[in-house]
Structures are given as C-alpha cells and as structure tokens.
Design a protein around this ligand. Sequence first.
Ligand code: ADP
Ligand code: GN1
Ligand code: MG
Length: 350
Amino acid sequence: MESVNVPSEVLKAFGFPENECKAERTGSGHINYTFLVREKNDWILQRINTNVFKEPDIIAANLRLAANHLKNQYPDYLFLNAVQTIEGKEMAFDQSGNPWRLFPYIPDTMTLDKVDLTEQAFEAARGFGELSKKLSSVEVNLFKPTIPKFQDLTWRNEQLETAIRNASEARKSEASKAMQLAAEYSFLVNDYRIFTSAGKLKPRVVHNDTKINNILFNAKTGKAVCVIDLDTLMPGFFIYDLGDMVRTFVSPVSEEEKDVRKVAFRKPFYDALLEGYLSEMNSSLSAEEHVAIPFAGLMMTYIMAIRFLADFLNGNIYYQIHYPEQNLVRAMNQLTLTGAIAHALNYRPQ
Ligand code: ADP
Ligand code: GN1
Ligand code: MG
C-alpha cells in the first residue's frame, strides 16, 4: 500500500498550524487516504484517489447540490459538508496536484466493519434509507456520475472478461476456482439487464457505497448519526444501496475473511435491515421496485466479487491491499456470500 503523509501546504491551506498538529491514518476504506487531524477540534482530512475519481470537481458539485436541497427541506438533518480552505475553496491541492478535502470529525461516534447486533443492521439501514428518502424529491438530472458506469453489472462483467483475456497463466491458475464460481452466477448479469430495462426502476440519487463502515453510530446509544463517504453520491437505482447493505450486514464476517466457511446468510439480520430501510423508503418505492428487493443483495455481492477478481487478475491496480492475495480472498469471500444469499432467498433466475 502506498504510504501517504499530509503535505504541509495542505495543512496550511486549511489553516492548521503546520508544525503543531498531528495527522494519523484512520479508517479501513479501500480507496481514499484518510487522516484524523487533532488540533483544538478533531478533523477528517482526506486525499481523494484520482486514479479512481478522475474528476473530483464532480464530487464537490454533487455534494453541494445535495447539501443545498437538504438544508432547505430538512434544516435539522445532519449532512456531512466539506469545510472550505482559508481561500474559500472546497478542496486544497498539494504540490503533486492531488486534491484534499476536510470534514469536521463527528465526536462520540464509531464505525463498524461487521455487524454484530440486529439493532445495528436496523439502525444503519434506517440511516441510509433516511438519506435516500430525503433525496427522493431532488432533481436527479442535475447530478453527474463521479465514476461512469460504477454499478453497471453488464460493464463490470465485460471488465472481468477483459481481465481474464489479459491475465498471465499463473494468475489465472491461482484464480481458477473464483473464475469458475463467477461463471456459475453469471446469470445475474442477464437478470440485471431485465431488472434495469426501461423504466422499471426509478433513477434516484443514491449513495452507492452503503457498506457498514460508511455510517457513523453514536458510541453510547448505538443510533445511526450520520452517513459518510459521499464520493459516489450520484444517479443510480435503489437496489445499489439496499444491495450493498445486504452484502455487508448479513454475513457474520467481513469481506476480508479468508475462511469462507465462516461466510453465511443470517436471516434475522436481513429482516432487521429490510425493516430499517423500509421504515423510511417503503412508500417511496414503486410496486416494480418492491419486486426487485430480493435481487438487490445478490447483485451487489456479485458485482463486488467480480470487481475484486478482475483487480486481482489485473495485478491489483485499483483497491488498496495489504498482501498480494487480498483481492482474491475478497473475491472468494463475496462469491461464497453470493451463493449463500441465493440459497437463503431461494432465488430463481428471471
Ligand atoms: P474511504 O473512501 O477510504 O472508505 P471514508 O470517507 O469512508 O473513506 O473514511 C474512512 C473512515 O474514517 C470511516 O470508515 C470512519 O471510520 C472515519 N471517518 C470518516 N469521516 C468521518 C467523520 N466525519 N467523523 C468521524 N469519523 C469519520
Ligand atoms: C470501495 O471507499 P470504500 O472502501 O468505502 C469501493 C466500493 C466497494 C468497496 C468494497 C469508489 O469503497 O465500490 O463496494 O470498496 N469504492 C469505490 O469494500 O470503488
Ligand atoms: Mg468508506
């Protein structure tokens, strides 16, 4: 993993005393470089990964649109807004041209990497559902994709095929079991085309990355406090948000678990998360969207499996890793979970 420090020009741009404030790496995200800055208050300072987000200005523009809408319609809603530089800019650029932005650290909160209690599943799903509900009246066309075709399963499948074509024999041989499992569930690509064909699902502004560590819980009460990691807040379908929650809430172990025998579908957690999500979103979803609910978790678990697999075959160029086989481990974990979800929901191809 690339080691990154906070350059002094970035600290200066946000008005921090360069020599006195401490910045330490925090969080377990796979994309950006996140630091906790301790000064009078605590802050979250992040370097945006421009290999992934080619146009960081779009992130800032989408956030501004969402923040304005929420401030006008729901003034009491806590939405994480970037803090401006002393020159009034949303991002600061270091000498190498990397963009950085600053958020207030929300005190007395914690994030989870796996869900241990059904109450946590309910609360997190209610929290993500609340954001979707509050954004359901926003003008979707004003928002632009920060990553084109991000959750387009057809395209992700094509990327996997390209990765397989270009991979070395050694890598393919190491990943042969994962490639075989991915092929077994490739009917989901066809189902994705059916579910997303003209007009069935309403285009909405969705979070697109609702994994469990992207929501802050109150450390004492355990209530969901604030949704974070808003870089992929952009047009999409509700299945992306609901599905990523299923993917990261139902298994007793996270996507990093090497022992796939520990991967499982926990029905009480699935029920709790649906209850939490629908407590906000039930009336906003159309009858056709309700029909797509069982597909959501399967689709998002499968898309993550093939993205991890493609990255392993490509030589680990996208996700941050701590050891060479990590993306293959993640892919096998997610393919196992795809099977567990399909089995538990008795899913039949469309
Ligand atoms: P990534 O895109 O790399 O996943 P995140 O924005 O999710 O980065 O931040 C990584 C971690 O930092 C989070 O999982 C959380 O633990 C912590 N974090 C981020 N923003 C805040 C915040 N405003 N207040 C408190 N903790 C935060
Ligand atoms: C990445 O940034 P982070 O770690 O929350 C990824 C998501 C994946 C997730 C898998 C921009 O999210 O799409 O679901 O890893 N984000 C991007 O853990 O690719
Ligand atoms: Mg994150």
